[in-house]
Design a protein around this ligand. Structure first.
Ligand code: AMP
Length: 115
């Protein structure tokens, strides 16, 4: 199976500036930002999606949320931000590697679904 684009980024095969990186999680800017701040919080280990995530992975998810909040704080998103996980065809997920979008830097409005 060919590595997905986020596995390639994490492996260093696609040069990318990391906002944050540890053994378990990488954070980098979305290439097509939808808000002044649009970062992707990505587990280093490949999970195709939420279906791959087990109860024992809860610690990793908590770690990802802590990192999201810390980075949001560092970026001055004190008025708030939005975290999104797209899943499957109806969720319009494009990259088959679990990731959380961190969006902020403006009022994102009340709509969280396309009409
Ligand atoms: P989705 O799978 O729909 O949750 O979104 C995948 C996101 O990955 C999109 O917002 C893309 O703009 C973003 N993306 C795709 N390729 C890259 C890349 N090489 N570097 C950074 N972001 C990317």
């Amino acid at each position: 199976m060919e590595a997905d684009v986020f596995c390639k980024i994490i492996a260093g095969d696609i040069p990318t500036e990391f906002v944050y990186r540890d053994d378990d999680v990488a954070v980098f800017a979305d290439i097509n930002p939808k808000a002044p701040v649009h970062l992707l919080i990505v587990p280093v280990r490949h999970y195709t999606g939420i279906a791959d995530f087990s109860e024992t992975d809860g610690k990793l998810l908590g770690h990802m949320l802590r990192i999201a909040h810390t980075i949001a704080d560092e970026r001055g998103l004190h008025e708030g931000y939005r975290l999104i996980i797209n899943e499957g065809a109806h969720g319009n997920k494009i990259v088959p590697h679990l990731h959380i979008h961190l969006l902020g830097g403006k009022n994102l409005g009340p709509k969280i679904v396309a009409e």
